[in-house]
Design a protein around this ligand. Structure first.
Ligand SMILES: Cc1cc2nc3c(=O)[nH]c(=O)nc-3n(C[C@H](O)[C@H](O)[C@H](O)COP(=O)(O)OP(=O)(O)OC[C@H]3O[C@@H](n4cnc5c(N)ncnc54)[C@H](O)[C@@H]3O)c2cc1C
Length: 215
């Protein structure tokens, strides 16, 4: 695994997770080359920026996240992820509401939302509601996200589940994997029942069984 850009130290917000992730990578026999990028990919190999040639049956390129270029048509003041600044009601311009991975919405006084489904889904609900409410001349609602959690699948080494922006590890290994599987089973919205669809749409965030719950 080669990773360029930020060093481990610069990614200090991930520190509580680091031990869990490194143990999982060790268990799976994954070698890390930090501060390294890929300069060439060929038939059966990849070349790293330090000159090393690595034989590979497959190369998986995970190049990070950035918002659609369309955001530049809405704002000249996008954040470092290319997202549009919005107010509490997700309005960017008098006639434009922004949702999901393109919205730099405030989670709280210190954090903006993550480009992840736990925020994209409620952002879409609120932006859609507010766009309709604005047209109808009825009160708009604020974006009120639920508690922030992270659940990282670590393949054969299980998963790690954290709570809060300081990413307190609540479950790891097989216990973390159980949480991940619960989440994956619960995030799918109803698609064939109008009453359930409307009920789900009415909740900005859904209380899910993200165990363990204890702080
Ligand atoms: C590989 C991968 C794994 C992920 N895993 C997780 C995970 O485990 N947990 C998690 O929380 N999040 C995960 N995410 C992030 C999550 O998928 C996103 O945060 C979420 O889908 C964002 O929703 P969205 O509606 O803002 O954008 P999207 O889901 O990207 O939807 C945008 C839609 O707009 C369409 N579109 C784009 N441009 C135009 C255009 N010009 N005209 C018309 N349509 C257009 C696109 O085709 C797309 O259908 C993952 C993302 C990826 C890529």
């Amino acid at each position: 695994m080669a990773q360029t850009g930020q060093s481990r130290e610069a990614r200090s917000h991930l520190n509580p997770l680091r031990g869990e992730i490194e143990a999982a990578l060790d268990e799976l026999g994954v070698e890390r080359r930090l501060g390294t990028t890929v300069t060439e990919i060929g038939d059966g190999y990849a070349v790293l920026s330090d000159g090393t040639k690595v034989e590979a049956d497959a190369v998986v390129w995970c190049a990070g996240i950035t918002a659609s270029e369309l955001t530049r048509q809405i704002s000249g003041d996008v954040d470092d992820l290319g997202r549009v600044p919005v107010d509490r009601q997700l309005r960017a311009l008098p006639e434009v509401f922004v949702a999901g991975d393109t919205a730099a919405a405030a989670f709280d006084a210190e954090h903006t939302v993550m480009q992840a489904c736990q925020h994209a889904t409620p952002l879409g609900k609120v932006a859609g509601y507010n766009a309709a409410a604005d047209l109808l001349g009825v009160p708009l609602r604020d974006f009120t996200p639920g508690p922030y959690v992270t659940c990282l699948d670590l393949g054969g080494a299980g998963a790690v589940f954290t709570r809060g922006w300081d990413r307190r590890v609540m479950a790891s290994g097989a216990a973390g994997k159980e949480v991940k599987q619960r989440i994956n089973q619960h995030i799918h919205p109803p698609v064939d029942d109008a009453a359930k669809i409307l009920a789900a749409a009415d909740r900005v965030h859904i209380e899910l069984p993200f165990f363990p719950r204890d702080e």
